[in-house]
Design a protein around this ligand. Structure first.
Ligand code: FAD
Length: 547
């Protein structure tokens, strides 16, 4: 038991029938689905690192930091006491401690520094483990990771930034990057009049000569505003262009980036998201004028990997809490998890988590493949995964909350926080429709992506009759002209069939068969726990013991 036991013999009653504390478990070693996927997609080098992070992230001390960072959200500090501009967000010490931990475990740079083709699996696995302790800090960590390709495309100008990003440690106070042990980066694309449609941007870039510009305009959402720099879209004469806007200008002064206010968000409360304005702010162009989307799209693509890994982490913590609760509480003479209706609910949730884990780790692996077909697959598959997993996440967390009964609705448990966090990854970096339309575009423009997808599904052929039938129906549907109104349906089916194929190849038979029966067979209902008959519930739930 992690903390000194509370007193249970009270004057009016004895407190009993309560589950054990959640803290003190290794979040990696107790997660068989993730462990299997990490060992398969990466191997022992990551296994060791994930085990180390799993122990730290699941400790009572770290879980407490996560709670504190959300109970004490960042403060908006536009001015100092004399009215001079600071334009800062001030964080609780717990936030800084979590950022330090995340960067010590290299979630921000391992993909680029490990030299392993499975480096992106490391990013995704570690990010999903850390998210279980605290999701908000993973926003700057993920954006920092994702900015590397855009910086690398321009090393003549961004060398000093890459040097501080790769191998960098968390170094919070605002200073010129040359004086820092490490940096973090954010992105500023969304404006009031248009987020998905970035070509509607109105921020203007005036040239100063060479790569140097001055930006004027606003950004409606800019998360982690204390980052050292922001990849920003703005219009130069040659069209929409990408810029790196540092918080400290080359003259050593604070750059003229004004924080207008912080968003009062539903969740993700440890992390600041700001509205900002550029007032002739210094900016360095990345790529050519007019090539802004081409440059920043690499960042968007990599950020999407973080959104699915974060979703996986949210799902895992919610499921693990539900398993912990229902395994440690009795009702009507039985442990809750052994009550048949509850066994079915937990089994159904577990199936969905298994399918999410196998998908996220396979997609992450594709990010490290140099082969053009694998790259095309990564572009398609990360969008499919983002569409489907983020759509399911809020309902999934709600069901895990319900497994707790009333206490799950109370802020002392992590369930309300997880519930508030659940919709975010679906909205940013491409909301549902935008992602679904993106999938259609990829299918149209990149035949290699569909070919790679089909090859992955083909590898599972013969492993499950219902899956084979669903794959065939999907092949026929995809061959027909698919319009925008069909986009969501197609995404959903493509994601499910890919999950089924991966489970058939890699998961225990009971898990794979149940998933295929649930999604491609007859007899399943819509709500969690409405599984078809004949599913091996015990085998599925048996993989969820938390030790
Ligand atoms: C907590 C949080 C943090 C954020 N952090 C950042 C950040 O750091 N940097 C940043 O740049 N942005 C950030 N964003 C903004 C986010 O990326 C945008 O909100 C998102 O891209 C959607 O843009 P929008 O809000 O303008 O909505 P819109 O683009 O107006 O979209 C509204 C809805 O319409 C749908 N839609 C759009 N186009 C179509 C179409 N052609 N057909 C059908 N449906 C369509 C969308 O899917 C969406 O559901 C953040 C958002 C949140 C919530």
């Amino acid at each position: 038991m992690p903390s000194f036991a509370p007193r249970t013999d009270l004057e009016t009653h004895t407190v009993e029938n309560q589950p054990p504390p959640f803290a003190g478990r290794n979040l990696y070693l107790t997660d068989l689905a993730l462990r299997d996927a990490v060992r398969r997609e990466a191997g022992s080098w990551l296994d060791t690192r994930a085990e180390a992070l799993g122990a730290v992230a699941g400790s009572e001390a770290t879980l407490e930091l996560g709670e504190l960072a959300n109970r004490h959200p960042p403060e908006f500090v536009p001015f100092d006491r004399y009215g001079r501009r600071l334009d800062e967000a001030r964080f609780h010490p717990s936030y800084h401690a979590l950022m330090t931990l995340a960067m010590d475990h290299q979630i921000h740079d391992l993909a680029w520094t490990s030299g392993e083709p499975s480096g992106h699996v490391a990013h995704a696995a570690l990010l999903s483990i850390f998210t279980q302790a605290e999701a908000g800090v993973m926003c700057p960590i993920n954006m920092t990771y994702a900015s590397a390709p855009a910086l690398r495309s321009q090393t003549d100008a961004t060398g000093p930034w890459l040097e501080k990003l790769l191998g960098g440690r968390y170094d919070a106070p605002l200073r010129p990057i040359a004086d820092k042990a490490g940096i973090t980066l954010g992105m500023a694309m969304t404006e009031k009049q248009g987020g998905s449609d970035v070509r509607a941007n109105t921020t203007r870039a005036a040239p100063l000569g060479g790569r140097d510009y001055r930006l004027t305009g606003h950004k409606w959402f800019c998360s982690a505003p204390m980052s050292d720099g922001f990849l920003t879209l703005a219009y130069a004469e040659g069209g929409l262009s990408c810029f790196l806007v540092p918080r400290v200008a080359p003259d050593g002064e604070r750059n003229t980036i004004q924080l207008m206010r912080l968003k009062d968000k539903l969740g993700n409360r440890s992390n600041a998201s700001a509205e900002i304005e550029y007032h002739d702010a210094y900016a360095m162009r990345l790529g050519e004028e007019g090539a802004g989307v081409k440059v920043i799209i690499d960042m968007v693509h990599h950020t999407r990997l973080g959104t699915i890994a974060s979703t996986l982490g949210i799902m895992r913590r919610a499921l693990a809490e539900a398993v912990n609760h229902t395994s440690g509480r009795r009702a009507f003479q039985k442990t809750l998890i052994d009550q048949p209706a509850m066994t079915a609910v937990i089994a159904d949730l577990a199936l969905e988590y298994e399918a999410a884990a196998v998908l996220v780790m396979r997609v992450a692996r594709a990010f490290g493949d140099e082969d053009p077909q694998a790259k095309a697959f990564a572009r398609l598959a990360v969008a499919l995964a983002k569409y489907w997993l983020t759509k399911r996440c809020a309902g999934f967390v709600y069901e895990c909350m319900e497994c707790h009964g009333g206490v799950g609705y109370v802020e002392e448990t992590p369930m309300p926080r997880l519930y508030r966090e659940a919709p975010l990854n679906g909205i940013w970096e491409g909301s549902g429709n935008v992602i679904a339309l993106d999938v259609l575009r990829t299918l149209k423009r990149e035949p290699a992506a569909l070919a790679a997808y089909a090859a992955k599904v083909e590898q599972a052929r013969g492993g499950n009759v219902a899956l084979d039938r669903a794959a065939e129906a999907l092949r026929q549907a995809a061959a027909e002209a698919v319009g925008e109104t069909d986009a969501r349906g197609l995404c959903e089916r493509m994601a499910l069939v890919l999950q089924g194929a991966l489970l058939v190849r890699h998961a225990p038979t009971a898990v794979a068969d149940a998933f295929c029966a649930r999604w491609f067979g007859d007899g399943a209902g819509v709500s969690y726990g409405a599984l078809p008959r004949g599913v091996d519930l015990q085998a599925i739930v048996g993989r969820q013991t938390l030790g």
